[in-house]
Design a protein around this ligand. Sequence first.
Ligand code: SF4
Ligand code: SF4
Length: 391
Amino acid sequence: MPGYFSTTMKSQISVVQCDGYDQDRVFQAVRRSVDLLGGIGRFVRPGQRVLLKPNLLVPSSPERGVVTHPMVVKAVLEMVKKAGGVPVIGDSPGFGTAHRVAAKAGIAQVGEEMGCPILDFEDTVEVKTPDDFTFRRFEVAREAVECDVVINLPKIKTHAQMLLTLSVKNMFGCIPGFAKPGWHLKAGRDRNYFARMLVELNAVLKPHLTIMDGIVAMEGRGPSSGNTRPLDMVLAGTDCVALDSTVTHLLGLPRDRLWTTRAAMEDHTGIATPDRIELLGASLVDLAVSRFEIPQAWDVTWGLPSFIQGFLRDAVTPRPVIDRDRCKECLNCVEVCPPNAMKKEAEGIVIDPEGCIRCYCCQEICPEGAIEIRAGLLSRALGIFRGCGSR
Ligand code: SF4
Ligand code: SF4
């Protein structure tokens, strides 16, 4: 695939320290992160329609660290309005409507206060991709294509299937809810395939600006059942891959350990290597994170040749297990499971191990944190996972 980005271009990433969600501090940090890139005027002109795309995964209060914090959204809204832009907040959550998730997340209140509507991505449009892309077309939210400016507002979180969910993965929310299970079905057994889809979708949608909420992140059992972890930072940039590469490095992981970053490096759909990234603002040394807990039992096949990965996959791939004491039998997981591998029986929710494609959508969606991702039999027998959950 020919380079989607110039091979000589450097990508600028700003990193600003911010401890806590106090309004003044957040406003200052978000503004500084954008000022370092040239100011909001570089991205938003008077009269332009601006889509803000936060992470609205599931209905969850802001202090749980599942959704982009409303104070970050408010700070961006304030900047956009000052620049004369006409903002709208939109997403297609994993479960429920954007209105419902935004209300629980405190984002609807912020929107109301700032005169900004919330939009559920329902109306779609087909987007053709460049000839050299693996995926020929995407059906995406019309608003994401037809607005003048897209501002991506991800949150730093771990992710059971993809290791981390950062800027590239956040744009998956522009695929409307009814189409997501189809992608998970196709991609569930092959993270490379899913990662390639995510980077190509991101390259097609090309958010003009990404501002990342890393003030309080989620570690451990992300993206919805992990623990909050203050990282005290806001990052911004125009290349999602460069941003994700920088954050992965800050978290103490090799940059190419993130599936999407690796796919983008192979296909030149983003900039990921440190020599091509210009850092502005705070020093990475000051903000480096120690012992960030990655999802337990995550990916022992990483780094192995693909034929061995295939052979070992079923024996070692982590699988979802229901914690019956926590489960409230809301059936969200049954509804969302792409291959219909879950059902309710007399004893509770059961999972068909043959049908399960290990997409972990159920864990992502469970409001009770009742789905644990457990190591495969072989890896447990060999003790491969002992202590691999944190670093
Ligand atoms: S496991 Fe979670 S999502 Fe599934 S039924 Fe139980 S509480 Fe609901
Ligand atoms: S049981 Fe969970 S991990 Fe397995 S296919 Fe269904 S949603 Fe995906």
